[in-house]
Design a protein around this ligand. Sequence first.
Ligand code: DX5
Ligand code: ZN
Length: 220
Amino acid sequence: MATIAPSLLSANFTKMGDEVKEIESIGARVLHIDIMDGHFVPNLTFGYSMVKALRPISGMIFDVHLMITHPLDYIESFAEAGSDIITVHTECDDDLDKCVQLIHSCGAKSGLSIKPNTPPETLFPYLGRLEQILVMTVEPGFGGQSMISECLDKIPVIKAECAKFGLSIPVMIDGGVNISNVRTAAKAGADMMVAGSAVFGAKDRAAAFRELTEGSVISD
Ligand code: DX5
Ligand code: ZN
């Protein structure tokens, strides 16, 4: 069974606190928070003050996805704001070793993400220092896109490399997860799946969250 992490990007921005409380009440343990700088991706979302504002009202794991060109400038602020996991992109302009080191020195867990056109091997030099891997299954920037299912093929490649070194790093996928592809994604090896529109956009969010979670069970 995979962990479904609802993405705040698809929440109702007029009532963020209530949205977060609701998503926690239906059983979500991880909240995915998308940070965009209008440069790394052609969209803007929110800053660390949103993380800070939401922190006192939630016990969920705050999984912060930095889609920004210069994460080094902001890692400390996001950590201080209460991020539990901070993920940066291999395609950013900053030194990845420094990013991972800084995230750890701030007391957070470190993730690295790859965009759809980035080969999984790009992650290999960092595997021993990561607590999470984020495989994008859409081009980052917007919620509500269709999954690029070929991206799932990267998961077994990453897992095989981890296994060589006795590592067991959770692999999360992000983008286009819904009830019709959740099982395929689980079979490909996704341990965690971000779900924005599939949860927040559902009429019955509790049912959608439960169905996605149950849909990720692979019995064979
Ligand atoms: C896209 C973001 C995703 C987004 C996913 O750049 O990284 O986290 O919220 O939304 P859905 O699940 O609607 O594709
Ligand atoms: Zn994301």
